[in-house]
Design a protein around this ligand. Structure first.
Ligand SMILES: Nc1nc2c(ncn2[C@@H]2O[C@H](COP(=O)(O)OP(=O)(O)OP(=O)(O)O)[C@@H](O)[C@H]2O)c(=O)[nH]1
Ligand SMILES: [Mg+2]
Length: 441
C-alpha cells in the first residue's frame, strides 16, 4: 500500500486516478450502489447503511480539497456524524431487539455482560430534549478530539508496521510531478489533479520521519507475489488459533464495548459474505458464532478472546437486509476503537466489489484504518472465474485505496479437490491476524 512512487509511475498513472477517486461525477444510481449481488435490485430502505455511508461520503467529496472549509470539517464522516440532528434521529432507533444477543453461544455470556444487555433494553431518553434530566447538558455528542486522537494513533501504527522501510527509495513530490508529466505525452496533468491525492496523505497525522512531501510520494498500492510463510510463521499461526477461544461480549452500542488491553482485529463486509463462518473456521469451532444462509443474521458486534492474546470482532453485515443502526454501530467502532489494529474486509468474489464496499473503503482511507481484503467462498468459483474477479478487485484497489494492505487473502469451504489449498490460505489469514496484532515472533 505504501511504497515508492519510482516503481509505481511506470505501472499506474495514479496521479490521474486520484482525481477520479474524489470525483463525484457519474455517481451511480442508488440501486446499483446498493446492489445485492446477482440480478437483484434493492431499494434504499433495504440498505439504510449504504445511504448513510453514501451521504457521509458525498458530503466529504463534494467540496473541493482546496475549499477553506476543509479544515473545519476534517472529513465527511465526522462532520455528518457529529451533526446533532442526524445523530439524534439515529439514536431514536429501536432499542436492541430481544434475541439479538443470540449471535454467539448464549451459555458463554458472562454474568457481568447480562447487566449490559439489560441496560441495552432500557428505553432510550429523548435526545431531542437534552435538558430533560435535571438540566444536565446532552452529552450524546462525542467529543471530536477523540476521533482525532484515534486517527493519529492509527496513522502512526499503520506507518510503523506496514511499510518496508528498507525497500523505499523516496522521491520528492516535485520529481514525481515531473515524471508523471513526462510519462503522459498528452500531458493533461495539472496541479489540481494532485491535490486530492496529496490531501489524502496530509489529512492524517504522519509520524515525523515521513512528514511533508515525502509522504505524498509514498502513497500507492501494490499486490506483490505472496511470499511463502516460513515454518516459524506457520507454527505461530497454528499455535495461537489452537488456544482457547471464548466469547466475551455482544454490544449494540460502542459505549458497551469491553475495555480490553489486547490488540483487536475485526471482520466487516456485506451481509452473507461469510464473516461469522470465517471466525468459526479459524477457531475450528463451528458453534462459536451462529451463521445462516439468510443475510442479516449477525446483528451485534461480537467480541471473542483468542488465547488471551488478541480479540476478534464479528460485525453485522451491510447491504441487503441491513439496518441503519448497524451502520451507526460499525462506523462508530471503526472510528473510535483504539484497540483496532486491522480491519479485515470480506468480499464475495461472485458479487465483486459493490458500491457500499467502495464507500466504506473511502471512509477507511480517510480514517487511516489499515485494512486487508479477504476474498471468501473460493470453493464456489472455477479458477478462471476467480482469477477474473480477483483481478478486477485488485485493479480497483490499486487505483483507489490508500490504507489497503497489499495482499489479498482467500478463504473458502474445504472440498475434496481444494483441501490443501484452503488450509494453506487459512494459515495465511491466521498469520495476517497475528502480524496485524503485532504479535510478530
Ligand atoms: N460455499 C461457501 N459458503 C460459505 C462460505 N463462507 C460462508 N458461507 C455460507 O454463507 C452463508 C453466510 O455465512 P455467514 O458466515 O453467516 O455470513 P455473514 O457475513 O456472517 O452474514 P451476516 O451475519 O448476515 O452479515 C452461510 O450459509 C455459510 O455457510 C464459503 O467460504 N464457501
Ligand atoms: Mg454473521
Amino acid at each position: 500500500m505504501l511504497r515508492t512512487v519510482a516503481s509505481q509511475t511506470s505501472r499506474f498513472p495514479f496521479w490521474r486516478l486520484s482525481a477520479q477517486y474524489y470525483s463525484t461525477e457519474n455517481t451511480p444510481g442508488l440501486a446499483e450502489r446498493l446492489g445485492a449481488g446477482r440480478g437483484k435490485t434493492v431499494s434504499e430502505r433495504n440498505d439504510p447503511f449504504a445511504s448513510f455511508l453514501s451521504k457521509s461520503s458525498s458530503q466529504g467529496e463534494r467540496k473541493s480539497p482546496r475549499n477553506e472549509n476543509r479544515n473545519k470539517r476534517g472529513n465527511g464522516l465526522m462532520s455528518s456524524r457529529n451533526n446533532n440532528n442526524q445523530r439524534g434521529r439515529q439514536q431514536q432507533q429501536k432499542p436492541a431487539e430481544e434475541g439479538q444477543f443470540a449471535d454467539a453461544e448464549p451459555t458463554k455470556i458472562p454474568a457481568i455482560e447480562k447487566k449490559t444487555t439489560e441496560a441495552a433494553k432500557e428505553p432510550k431518553k429523548d435526545v431531542r430534549n437534552p435538558r430533560q434530566d435535571g438540566n444536565r447538558r446532552n452529552n450524546n455528542r462525542k467529543p471530536r478530539v477523540k476521533h482525532e486522537a484515534v486517527r493519529a494513533h492509527r496513522a502512526v501504527s499503520f506507518i510503523d508496521k506496514d511499510i518496508d522501510w528498507a525497500s523505499l527509495d523516496v522521491m520528492p513530490v516535485q520529481q514525481v510531478n515531473t515524471q508523471a508529466a513526462e510519462g503522459q505525452q498528452q500531458a493533461d496533468v495539472n496541479e489540481d489533479d494532485y491535490q486530492p491525492y496529496l490531501s489524502a496523505g496530509t489529512e492524517i497525522k504522519w509520524s515525523d520521519i515521513v512528514k511533508g512531501d515525502v509522504v505524498n510520494s509514498l502513497i500507492g498500492t501494490c499486490f506483490p507475489e505472496q511470499p511463502s510463510l516460513t515454518p516459524l510463521q506457520i507454527n505461530a499461526a497454528k499455535k495461537l488459533f489452537s488456544k482457547q477461544v471464548s466469547f466475551i461480549k455482544s454490544i449494540s452500542q460502542l459505549e458497551q464495548a469491553p475495555e480490553l488491553d489486547k490488540p483487536e482485529v475485526a471482520f466487516v463486509g456485506r451481509s452473507n459474505v461469510g464473516k461469522s463462518t470465517l471466525i468459526n473456521t479459524l477457531t475450528n469451532n463451528s458453534k462459536l458464532v451462529k451463521t445462516s444462509s439468510k443475510p442479516g443474521h449477525t446483528r451485534l458486534l461480537n467480541f471473542f478472546n483468542i488465547g488471551n492474546e488478541l480479540t476478534i470482532v464479528d460485525m453485522p453485515g451491510y447491504g441487503y437486509r441491513s439496518k441503519a443502526e448497524w451502520g451507526e454501530l460499525i462506523l462508530d467502532y471503526l472510528t473510535n476503537r483504539r484497540q483496532l489494529k486491522r480491519l479485515f474486509l470480506l468480499v464475495d468474489p461472485i458479487a465483486g466489489l459493490k458500491e457500499t464496499d467502495k464507500l466504506l473503503m473511502n471512509q477507511l482511507d480517510k480514517q487511516a484504518v489499515s485494512y486487508q481484503v479477504i476474498l471468501t467462498k473460493r470453493d464456489k468459483l472455477s479458477q478462471q472465474e476467480f482469477d477474473e474477479s480477483r483481478s478486477s478487485i485488485e485493479q480497483y484497489l490499486l487505483k483507489h485505496s490508500i490504507c489497503c494492505f497489499p495482499q489479498l487473502l482467500i478463504t473458502g469451504k474445504k472440498r475434496k479437490n481444494n483441501h490443501e489449498f484452503i488450509e494453506q490460505e487459512l494459515t495465511r489469514v491466521k498469520w495476517a491476524i497475528i502480524y496485524a496484532a503485532n504479535k510478530v515472533i
